[in-house]
Design a protein around this ligand. Sequence first.
Ligand SMILES: [Zn+2]
Length: 250
Amino acid sequence: MGSTPITLAKPDSATQQQAFQADLTAAGIMGVIEDNILNHPRSKQVRIGPSEIGMDCTRRLIRKLNGQPEPERGIAWKPTVGTACHSQMEEWFGHQPETAGYLVEKRVTVGAIGETPITGSTDLFSITDKTVIDWKFVGPSMLKKYKASGPSNQYRVQAHLYGTGWVNAGYAVEQVMIVFLPRDGEITDSYFWWEPYDRAVAEEAMNKANQLHTLIKTIGVEATLAMFPLCNNRFCPWCPADRQASTPMF
Ligand SMILES: [Zn+2]
């Protein structure tokens, strides 16, 4: 590691030696943080999960189904903050009395892609309210966007996939809910989105994934990719680079 530039204020009273030592202390701390983020299971997960099946970019989905790791995009600090907040919620809701009817971080099977079962753990399930709940920790601009126009299709599909997972596990599911909590703001800014559980939303996404999986197996990943246009999302980990690579130089 050590790739991150660290700028330290140097108090007037500090000696050169102290300043040098403080740099080393900071680099050591940053190294531990970066190593832990890079070695987190999230960074290493290759098999597609329920949170990814509804992604908008079909080319990205194809690559994910093909088991290709996404290009390195630096140290994923914001997802790490999200993971830490999820752990806090797990602890709080895990300590609720059984009579509250909450099930926390239980793994369910949402379906299969080819022969492979697709599983994922849901943040929270309310047996009493028959509701699947997913936490999203978001920054201010995205929070505003979700309040104005609802969740992304990817989030929505994820919620319904989990709904199907709970039905598969023998529970009644009537609602899916996404709780948007401000990563950087006050708790009163939180936004609870929900809609009736609809098995068809989950099925449609699983069908698309299975069709792509079959195509990849039949005609290969490159030919499958060629069937779908590049997306226009500048944050797509693949398409902007693919567009550059395919643009003629003259
Ligand atoms: Zn894309």
